[in-house]
Design a protein around this ligand. Sequence first.
Ligand code: G3H
Ligand code: 13P
Ligand code: ZN
Length: 284
Amino acid sequence: MPFVTLREVLAEAKRGNYAVGAFNTNNMEIVQAIVEAAEEEKSPVILQASQGALKYAGIEYITAMVQAAVRSVSVPVVLHLDHGTSFEQTMQCLKYGFTSVMFDGSKYPLAENIALTRKVAEVAHAMGASIEGELGKIGGTEDDISVAERDVLFTDPAEAEQFVAETQVDALAVAIGTAHGPYKGEPVLDFERLAAINSRVAAPLVLHGASGVPDASIKRAIEIGIQKINIDTELRQAFTRAVRQVVEHQPQEFDPRKILGPAKEEMKQIVKAKMRLFGCSGKA
Ligand code: G3H
Ligand code: 13P
Ligand code: ZN
């Protein structure tokens, strides 16, 4: 199965009332864990690389690894840039065969975010690729957001409508209370705001920082418009948990395959569980 665009997989998800998992990758074991899980679950899947991942592994390796993985599977796979912040980098990813890019202009004022995102959208669309934009500030979990700050930081439904209409993005990342990294307490999602955004925006909505969000909240978010769900931290935790297990219990082990093999398996189980939770299992 060749690569597909974000637009295609999310259009299917909208029709079927489910969400597609977007998993961050940084190395070969993570690529294999995600793609094998997708094939076994018969699920569409989004593999995404952040700027940090591209710096760590190199764009040549990331694209080559994902292309190699895709050749042996039958499920639809999207290769997506996560949180791109430069026009040049989004163009480089498109040149290397990414079928989707995120342009994250959320740190800019609305007009500037719209202008920058639209510029990327025009080229991405001309090249047959998709684009995700972001509006509102998705914090780190160290950020304690007070109720008063919510209106300033979270996505405003009217602005979301304007943003999507003027940029023509294929998906919109929203700030509704999730944050990147591990949570200190239980995250409280602003479902009312999500419903208001969904009533004004036809484009699929994206939930970032989904690691550690309770299953019930994920299900509710899917019911009211979330169609792409980003998971990174839980894979990192699974990887490290498995590596520690081997290193601590078999301190004589020095074969990297015996250390990283269980890490891959542990991540694969997490990806499969998320696919079942998101409802994308069996949809490919
Ligand atoms: O949104 C952030 C992702 O988890 C990627 O993190 O920039 O450390 O690769 P990273
Ligand atoms: P987590 O690391 O919190 O799962 O967030 C992932 C993410 O949003 C990537 O863009
Ligand atoms: Zn994110």
